[in-house]
Design a protein around this ligand. Structure first.
Ligand code: SAH
Ligand code: SF4
Length: 409
């Protein structure tokens, strides 16, 4: 019999459903320990792992390579339950959004953005965000907690369920290699979900332990198998964690830069008061594995009259001159009571032309899913949307959060 200490060592309290431990989010060695506590041999853990992450089964009775009594034992002690979906929306452009409710009723949003030959899932790392970037709806959310590794991986599982993106036998490696089931990271022509962007709600580097554990599970080539080159982690600039992220995970890095002077960045990305632009850019230069073939993406939100001048564009190029960089211009996505407007389209194009002439690829990010409030920076759980539309209240909240983080200048 497994004692509670064995299971609680690996999981947050909300990773239980009706007293049963959710196996989603355990890494293979933890799964092995948990199952061996139930008397199962090591190779059984690999079999269960494969059913969970290659096939996406949601019920133990479907794990047909296991004897019936083992399946019954698993069902008695464990669960593969996905979080509940409180709201599901589909945009006219094909973008899908799930408002995902965790077992403790906290909610996060998760967005699938399909493209011609691929599809990215925008995954949340926290309920809300402790950062208070002035242009971001998530930053105005009162409630904040870290998501567990289980809850992060579960977003991918759930999206795959909805997208019917689990391979059928015969559609995957079974055929191509005669080997193990599941997708193959090199050949994903049949997948709906090929890329992961950690750009949903929350600051992933403020929940590094859980994010890194979840990403390792997602990257595991014997499971979901989305490789590090297909994963991008976006940060507002938690400098001390950037190196670790590169060394341990090796995923693509995106930096939410948004301003070219500390004076402005201090205001719109308050974390800058702790880690100013110079330190942030040095961490980028030092990012393990960065090269011209693997550039860092700098995200730059276009705010009318704030950061969108010709001088800003030129200064941006000067700042990035010795960093293998690409620049992503993001038209500001509005939300109720937001204190900014999006730059004029002609201004964005002009800004982009200057960068292009300076040798930077600087695509303008087409907003996706705006009609369902699924675009960058619009995410905020529905229950909170109703309450926090008052600007004064938002300002009060931001002041509170900044004080809590010691960011008040
Ligand atoms: N916390 C991380 C990742 C989530 S935000 C970060 O800040 O990088 C993902 C991206 O959306 C960031 O570049 C963020 O600055 C941007 N963003 C936030 N609010 C936005 C808005 N209203 N319109 C457009 N982009 C926004
Ligand atoms: Fe948090 Fe990113 Fe939004 Fe800033 S932009 S408040 S770091 S989610």
């Amino acid at each position: 019999m497994m004692d509670n200490a064995t299971t609680s060592a690996f999981a947050a309290p909300h990773d239980r459903c009706e007293g049963k431990l959710n196996l989603i989010g355990l890494d293979l060695s933890e799964l092995t320990v948990v199952l061996s506590a139930q008397g199962l041999e090591k190779f059984r853990a690999r079999q269960v792992w494969s059913w969970i992450y290659c096939r996406g089964v949601r019920e133990f009775r479907l794990m047909t390579t296991l004897a019936k009594p083992i399946r019954e034992m698993l069902a008695a002690h464990f669960t593969l339950e996905r979080p509940t979906v409180s709201l599901y929306q589909q945009s006219e452009d094909g973008t899908q959004k799930w408002l995902v409710k965790m077992t403790d009723s906290h909610e996060v949003e998760c967005v699938h953005i399909p493209e011609q030959d691929r599809g990215a899932l925008c995954v949340s790392s926290q309920v809300g965000c402790t950062m208070t970037c002035r242009f971001c709806h998530t930053g105005t959310q009162r409630l904040v907690r870290n998501l567990s590794a289980s809850e992060i991986v579960a977003q991918v599982m759930l999206a795959r369920d909805y997208l019917k993106d689990w391979p059928e036998p015969g559609q995957d490696k079974d055929v191509r290699t005669g080997g193990k089931p599941g997708y193959n990271d090199e050949d994903d022509s049949t997948r709906a979900l090929t890329n992961i962007v950690m750009m949903g709600m929350g600051e992933p580097l403020y929940n590094y332990e859980n994010v890194s554990k979840a990403l390792r599970i997602i990257m595991n080539s014997e499971g979901i198998a989305i490789g590090k080159r297909r994963i991008t982690l976006s940060t507002s600039g938690v400098v001390p964690m950037i190196k670790r992220c590169g060394e341990e995970l090796g995923v693509n890095l995106a930096i939410s830069l948004h301003a070219v002077t500390d004076e402005l960045r201090d205001q719109i990305v308050p974390l800058n008061r702790k880690y100013p632009i110079k330190e942030l850019l040095q961490a980028c230069r030092d990012y393990p594995g960065v090269s011209n073939a693997r550039r860092i993406t700098f995200e730059y939100i276009m705010l009318k009259g704030i950061n969108d001048s010709v001088a800003d564009a030129k200064q941006l190029m000067r700042l990035l001159r010795d960093i293998p960089a690409k620049i992503n211009l993001i038209p500001f996505n509005p939300w109720p009571s937001a204190p900014f407007e999006c730059s004029e389209w002609s201004t964005i194009v002009k800004f982009s032309d200057i960068l292009n002439a300076g040798g930077y690829a600087s695509p303008i990010r087409t907003p996706r899913g705006r009609d369902i409030m699924a675009a960058c920076g619009q995410l905020k759980s529905a229950s909170q949307k109703l309450s926090a539309v008052d600007r004064a209240e938002i300002d009060r909240l931001i002041a509170e959060k900044e004080a809590a983080q010691g960011l008040k200048s």
